[in-house]
Design a protein around this ligand. Structure first.
Ligand code: AMO
Length: 471
């Protein structure tokens, strides 16, 4: 059986062939008996004949039912079935009667159908559907998310999540090709890595614990322990009260960490990985992009094009970024955060992906490395922390890490944190520690750029935000 992407699948209890397979190879299959199954997209025809349009994950196919050729009760049940009911049919592959074309015009390519001899309704769909699957009835994002199981049946939504899977696959492939290995860190933790205010507390038997904000401290410990190059794709939890198009309270963070590397080295890994993802999507997944664009076109929205970004991505140091913002009329001082409206001014000069390296140490977490000799224009201490931005959105934060245990403990104290709470982490640095660096990329934010989605919720199956913990 041929599956999605032409992969080879074993037949299952419910089908011998996929719909896409029969549609694509009908000429060689004429007269063969097949069993297929899918969702009923449309059931047409009266009296003794019925056309059932089926859809599965690989495509569409028409099943032709004739009362004389099959059990009468099954025929009647299928003819009366509601849309989106799941139906299994067995029959022989036949060529559809070609439509009449005016003289002189080319014949359309041959199409195939199944002449049904038996069938079964697997599950009848209730009516009405809360979200239209084929009919484009406008419903708001909240209703769609409440009914994601149906929303996902819409072709362009399904394509978005297939693209998401591809992005993770290509990213993973690339990192493995650069010698990174996949790791998994605990999601139940005892102390904060990214600041103490946005933790979700939980009861852990007799003690208190939290949901992990990032794999930060654990990916570092893995590298210190000798794994050298690691990556992790996993959930991160932030108890932030944001309600924006780009923030969620649970998101998938794509992290790397590498020994004997600095900030510039891991920026290289990042840009090569993104370049690889875009190259592979452009080469293999245009049909998914087309499905997204077909919908965008129907909504009068601009299509997305997958333009492979050129390397290297521009590096605009924090100090230069401040100057760009000032020149653009923005109000900002050295030491201030670069906010979205500032990012717009930078993006006007640097459309596309761009790194912002060398942030002030005062703005970066305790684990970021600083070289005492590197000072900014106002004499403030610079760090080896960076961001990767696209337009007004931050995709990634990263940096070289502090590997000197005395400095690390001082950084904790400078940030009003108690080194005693972090001994499980700082102990990892006491017995020789390689200089190391890494980054954390927000998967949904990268998907927003690739698919032109205006909200991370479009590319997260079951988003968790302040007002949503179901489905
Ligand atoms: P940071 O906190 O900047 O860095 O997070 C890294 C990236 O994760 C994404 N992100 C989010 N996405 C959706 N909703 C949120 N609430 C949210 N918060 C963050 C962003 C961001 O750039 N430990 C460091 C990474 C490192 O240095 O390796 C960290 O977690 O795309």
């Amino acid at each position: 059986m041929t599956g999605r992407d032409g992969s080879s699948w074993e037949p299952t209890r419910y089908r011998t062939h996929t719909l896409g397979e029969v549609g694509d190879n009908g000429a060689q299959m004429i007269g063969h008996e097949v069993t297929v199954a899918g969702y009923a997209e449309a059931v047409r025809g009266r009296g003794a004949i019925c056309f059932l349009m089926l859809r599965d994950g690989t495509g569409h196919l028409q099943a032709f039912l004739k009362k004389d050729n099959m059990d009468e009760a099954t025929f009647d049940a299928i003819q009366a079935a509601s849309r989106e009911s799941t139906i299994q049919v067995t029959g022989t592959v036949a060529q559809k009667r070609p439509p009449k074309v005016p003289e002189g015009e080319p014949e359309p390519p041959a199409e195939y159908e199944i002449n049904v001899t038996s069938g079964k309704i697997l599950a009848l769909a209730e009516t009405p559907l809360p979200v239209g699957v084929i009919d484009d009835v406008h419903v708001g994002l909240d209703t769609r998310l409440d009914n994601r199981h149906l929303d996902l049946r819409r072709a362009h939504v399904n394509a978005m999540f297939q693209l998401r899977s591809k992005v993770l696959q290509y990213g993973r492939d690339h990192l493995i090709s650069e010698g990174f290995m996949e790791m998994n860190s605990p999601k139940i933790i005892a102390s904060a890595s990214e600041g103490g205010t946005n933790l979700f507390p939980m009861k852990y038997f007799e003690t208190d614990a939290y949901l992990s904000q990032s794999p930060q401290l654990y990916k570092q410990l893995a590298v210190l322990g000798g794994l050298e190059r690691v990556f992790e794709i996993g959930p991160a939890f932030r108890a932030e009260k944001h309600d924006t198009y780009r923030h969620l309270n649970e998101f998938i963070s794509f992290d790397i960490e590498g020994a004997w590397m600095n900030d510039e080295d891991v920026m290289g890994v990042q840009e090569r990985m993104i370049h690889h993802i875009w190259t592979e999507v452009a080469a293999n997944d245009q049909q998914l992009i087309d499905m997204v664009n077909e919908y965008k076109d129907s909504q009068g929205e601009a299509p997305v094009t997958v333009e492979v970004p050129s390397l290297p991505f521009p590096r605009i140091s924090y100090c230069d970024a401040i100057e760009i913002v000032k020149e653009g009329g923005g109000e900002i001082e050295w030491g201030d955060d670069i906010e979205s409206h500032h990012c717009d001014l930078i993006a006007a000069k640097h459309p596309g992906f761009h790194f912002l390296p060398r942030w002030p140490m005062s703005m970066k977490p305790f684990y970021i490395f600083h070289d005492e000799d590197e000072k900014g224009s106002t004499g403030g201490q610079l760090s080896r922390g960076f961001d990767l931005n696209y337009g007004r959105d931050e995709m990634t934060s990263g940096g070289q890490r502090e590997h000197r245990v005395d400095v690390l403990e001082q950084n904790l104290r400078n940030m009003d944190l108690d080194p005693a709470d972090f001994t499980f982490y700082t102990d990892g640095f006491r017995y020789g520690a390689p200089p190391h660096a890494g980054w954390g990329l927000g998967v949904a934010r990268l998907l927003m750029v690739l698919t032109g989605a205006g909200n991370v919720r479009e590319v997260v199956l079951f988003p968790r935000d302040r007002s949503r913990v179901t489905p």
